[in-house]
Design a protein around this ligand. Structure first.
Ligand SMILES: *[C@@H]1O[C@H](CO)[C@@H](O)[C@H](O)[C@H]1NC(C)=O
Length: 472
């Protein structure tokens, strides 16, 4: 009996090996044929199945394409996308309009993938991580069969495609990670049985299901680790992501922190206008619960307490809360905030501004001195970077990206303030208000030059440095 099972297993293994070998030979042959002998160029395939989405991840993609084209002239860039209803020129048109990045249609080839539905989360109500990951193998197989490149770069975090390209088509592999697919935070949440959107209440309540889920997550992180390590260079978008990737993969010598490019040049040039003694404090952020707007009202409340004996000064202070509302719930939150402001008798010191056009926001930056940010554990905080570039003195939450990447509070290089609770925030704000102009100007100057770390030029430099090993 055992002998029978063993021989069947060996036979199956043999079949798999033969299929693998044949596919590999076919792909290597195909790759050679794709190179025309007249002009021998390196083929760089970039995997970004949602390249037409117009979000932050796409800015990274198009900036990366542009810097590769500027640096290397003997390459051909191929983008794998699942946007089958778009055309190459419409995709590049959008990159131009949304990000102001002009690319030449003739210099980029698109490979359109039909199997993108395999990576969509709604296809897998259970075991979503595993489902999407196996799905991405299918999508990767389609991509590699349609065009086996010399160099493969993933910019969307589909780690399970790396072994496909590396072992089947002998590609050099690199990646840019915005977010680890699995994190130790997720494991802990299951372990300590916290309910969350990826840990449903019936699992958290049930010790047996929790056990099974833990085993599943641990196995999955092993697979993720194996797949990700197939990449020869791993770029991460922030300290937060870097810490998680280091913890999961433990390959510090090939992990590079490359901040995504932020468009801040025009903000750094804004000039400030003093406005009739008004002291404006600005908060910019969507009306989402994690942004913690109630804390902003408490801060103002504390500030009034601190200024109890200086009513004139208090009357100069205005808090302007700028935010966008995406849906009914956001509007409801906004209404609750207005009610809370009344309840604290702060309504005369606060303006709420909803869905403000960008030009108006720029005008507000010009008349604002102080900015506040109150979200706990934000992964990065591009809004803070923008305010700093625009010449505001920021008081940000002492956690996550603001703490790790953005705000520096040590003497001599201070570019802003960090605080945790309403009292601390209020003290920081009062400190800024009472500081001599010169001291404040030093902070503003430091802030405006420090955000150059997040500029497009800096991205180009760091990206090209990290990617260069693939071209050796
Ligand atoms: C990195 O990517 C994640 C996920 O998209 C995002 O939340 C975070 O803000 C990004 N970090 C930076 C520095 O943009």
């Amino acid at each position: 009996m055992i002998a029978l099972i063993l021989s069947v297993a060996a036979w199956l293994l043999g079949v798999v090996a033969v299929i693998f070998g044949c596919l590999r030979q076919w792909l290597l042959h195909r790759r050679r044929k794709l190179h025309s002998p007249s002009e021998d160029r390196l083929h760089v395939g970039i995997f970004h199945p949602y390249c037409n989405a117009g979000g932050g991840g796409e800015r990274v993609l198009w900036c990366a394409v542009r810097s590769l084209q500027n640096k290397y002239d003997n390459i051909k860039i191929v983008i794998y996308t699942g946007d089958i209803d778009a055309t190459p020129s419409s995709i590049l048109e959008k990159a131009k309009n949304v990000f102001n990045i002009a690319l030449d249609v003739d210099k980029i080839t698109f490979v359109f993938l039909k199997q993108r539905h395999w990576v969509e989360a709604r296809k897998y109500p259970h075991f979503t991580l595993l489902g999407q990951s196996l799905g991405s193998i299918v999508l990767g197989l389609e991509a590699v069969c349609k065009f086996p490149p010399d160099i493969f770069i993933d910019t969307m975090g589909y780690a399970f495609t790396f072994p496909v390209f590396r072992f089947l088509a002998d590609c050099r592999v690199g990646c840019y990670v915005h977010y680890p697919t699995i994190s130790t935070d997720m494991l802990k949440r299951v372990q300590y049985r916290h309910t969350a959107h990826n840990n449903k209440a019936y699992v958290a309540r049930n010790p047996f299901l929790t056990r099974i889920k833990l085993v599943y997550y641990r196995l999955f992180s092993k697979m993720y680790r194996f797949a990700s390590r197939c990449s020869e260079t791993i770029m991460v978008n922030s300290s937060w992501t870097e810490n998680h990737i280091l913890e999961l993969l433990d390959v510090p010598f090939k992990t590079f922190r490359v901040y995504p490019p932020c468009e801040i040049e025009h903000l750094r040039k804004l000039e400030h206008i003093e406005k009739n003694d008004e002291i404006v404090i600005l908060s910019v952020g969507q009306f989402r619960p994690e942004k913690n707007h109630p804390l902003q009202l408490q801060i103002l409340y504390e500030l009034r307490t601190l200024l109890a004996r200086d009513e004139d000064l208090w009357n100069q202070i205005r808090l302007i809360i700028v935010g966008s509302c995406r849906n009914e719930e956001d509007y409801e939150r906004l209404q609750n905030m207005k009610d809370l402001a009344k309840h604290l008798s702060l309504e005369n010191s606060i303006d709420f501004k909803v869905n403000v056009p960008y030009d108006d926001l720029l005008k507000m930056y010009e008349t604002t001195k102080i900015g506040i940010h109150t979200m706990w554990n934000e992964h990065f905080g591009i809004g803070i970077v923008e305010c700093m570039a625009a010449g505001l003195i920021m008081v940000a939450h002492k956690s996550g990206g603001p703490l790790l990447d953005i705000v520096e509070t040590s003497e001599g290089s201070q570019n802003g303030f960090l605080a945790t609770d309403a009292v601390e925030y209020a003290a920081c704000i009062l400190n800024i208000i009472l500081s001599p102009d010169e001291a404040n100007q030093n902070i503003i100057d430091a802030a405006r030059s420090s955000v150059a770390r997040f500029s497009e030029e800096e991205f180009d430099k760091q990206f090209l440095r990290a990617i260069s090993t693939l071209f050796n």
